[in-house]
Design a protein around this ligand. Structure first.
Ligand code: ZN
Length: 494
């Protein structure tokens, strides 16, 4: 049919309890994915990367459509997106939409963006896009599994397809699904029927991992209902550290008629409600217990034990520089332990200045909040790099990661990877590009909640989620919510 389709992306997962705002420069710097990109460059720069826009463009072009590139930008999770950054990106998109006059619009969004002036960042962006293209141009979008979906998003967009995996290995496929369903969306006249169901409880981020129950079975059930009904479904786990009205898990559904859409949404929503006890059953270990357990297992293990330092996960907006777990490894005399990624530009620069075999006085911490006590050295510089490598893990495969100046620092039996650009370890190459043979390590500690599993689960004897002081609190009930809609339990069965 050969449509002209405008395509762009604007992704941010906002932790409103973090003071550090997310500025335009953070979208430009990026880290694990390409930096902010405008216009024609989008057509080439994103090819082959596991991102929704790449898969959408490839599938839509194969179907004979023409791409009209808008802009794409994603920043690491942190505090609210500044008014300047939001207006710049929204402004570029609206201006290009006015010029292009597309037949359809595809947007790669996150779904948990909070801007300084807009609690519902995506809802506001979509409102402007709709006002620009008019009521008859279909708007399709991909969302992250952690989207906090609002009524405005569902009302404004004609189709939502969220990731169905955490780690997000189907990030790109979500864009492919939008292209695949486009013909049906166009046929659902005058506009697709849609439904939104918001859960009456929040779930801890780590429990949404689709390697684990109850999440694994819930996404199997989604596939089953979709196959049986022809209604397109998404199940979003929500992003708890966001003090906004529409925080939390939700189900969205799009289809031909309201009755079938409501029935499919209700079926999946019932499964989500029935899984509440399963979400409540997860019990992470305190750091001291986790290290002791890892050392016990390591005595007879053939593969490394992986510790997930979830409360300092930069993927949830944390600073990624806390020292609690490292201190515990040192205190208990752990051997062959490696930790990463600690965001410490100062220690990385000192290590590069000192050179291999030199020393760095201290690492980590030094900021506000829990777990910020720096660890005194001397730390020996064991390896150095410019922090650039191509990742092979299924999530974000083929993307060139940019850690900035990076160093491996060692003391006693513990090595710590310090880097200049904040991000979580998704790829094994995070460590191996510095010469670290992960299979020879007894313990690998990662500052990540679940994404690390896409690169590390297959080499792990066991994964232990552990709690050391940090701002990405595992228990959502620990956050001081003021704006959440009434009647939502702050933890499953809470
Ligand atoms: Zn996510």
């Amino acid at each position: 049919m050969g449509l002209k389709i405008a395509a762009g992306g604007f992704l941010h997962e906002t932790n409103t309890f973090v003071a550090q705002p997310t500025r335009w420069e953070d979208f430009v710097e990026a880290g694990p994915w390409p930096g902010a990109t405008e216009g024609e460059q989008i057509l080439t720069r994103f090819r082959g990367i596991n991102l929704a826009i790449a898969y959408f463009m490839e599938a839509a072009e194969k179907a004979g459509h023409t791409m009209l590139p808008l802009a794409w930008g994603g920043a690491m999770p942190a505090g609210k997106v500044t008014g300047d950054a939001f207006e710049r990106m929204a402004g570029i998109m609206v201006e290009r939409l006015k010029r292009h006059r597309p037949d359809a619009v595809f947007l790669e969004l996150h779904g948990a963006m909070v801007a300084e002036d807009h609690d519902d960042g995506e809802g506001e962006l979509l409102r402007r896009v709709r006002a620009t293209v008019g009521p008859d141009v279909p708007i399709l979008m991909s969302l992250d599994l952690h989207a906090n979906v609002s009524p405005q998003m569902v009302e404004t967009a004609d189709f939502i397809s969220s990731y169905r995996t955490y780690p997000h290995v189907d990030w790109g496929a979500s864009g492919g699904r939008c292209a695949e369903w486009l013909e049906r969306v166009l046929a659902w006249k005058p506009r697709p029927a849609r439904a939104l169901r918001q859960a009456p409880f929040l779930v801890p981020v780590t429990t949404g991992c689709t390697y684990l129950e109850p999440s694994k079975s819930l996404y199997d059930e989604l596939d089953r209902i979709e196959r049986e009904t022809g209604v397109h479904l998404s199940l979003n786990m929500g992003f708890p550290p966001a003090d906004i009205r529409d925080v939390g898990p939700s189900v969205t559904a799009y289809g031909a008629d309201q009755a079938s859409v409501d029935a499919a949404a209700d079926r999946l929503f019932a499964a989500l409600l029935a899984a509440e006890a399963g979400f409540a059953a997860h019990r992470p270990l305190a750091a001291a217990d986790a290290v002791a357990e890892a050392m016990r297992i390591a005595k007879s293990a053939t593969k490394p034990v992986v510790l997930a330092d979830t409360q300092d996960n930069p993927g949830a907006g944390a600073p990624s520089n806390t020292t609690g777990l490292i201190a515990e490894l040192l205190r208990q005399g752990a051997e062959r332990a490696v930790v990463g990624i600690v965001h410490d530009p100062r220690a990385a620069a000192e290590a590069h200045a000192a050179g291999l075999g030199g020393t760095v006085a201290r690492l980590g911490g030094g900021g506000e909040g829990p777990g910020q006590e720096p660890l005194e050295g001397p730390w020996r510089v064991a390896a150095l790099s410019d922090g650039r490598f191509r990742g092979t893990s299924p999530m974000l495969r083929a993307a060139v990661a940019t850690l900035g100046p990076t160093a491996l620092l060692a003391m006693d039996g513990v090595e710590v990877l310090v880097a200049t650009i904040r991000q979580q370890p998704i790829h094994k190459e995070t460590f191996s590009h510095l010469g670290v043979d992960l299979n020879s390590r007894a313990i690998i500690a990662v500052k990540s909640s679940a994404h690390f599993r896409s690169g590390f689960q297959d080499i792990a004897e066991k994964v232990i989620v552990c709690l050391s002081p940090g701002v990405n609190l595992e228990d959502p009930a620990s956050f001081a919510f003021r704006n959440i809609r009434p009647g939502v339990r702050l933890r499953p069965q809470g």
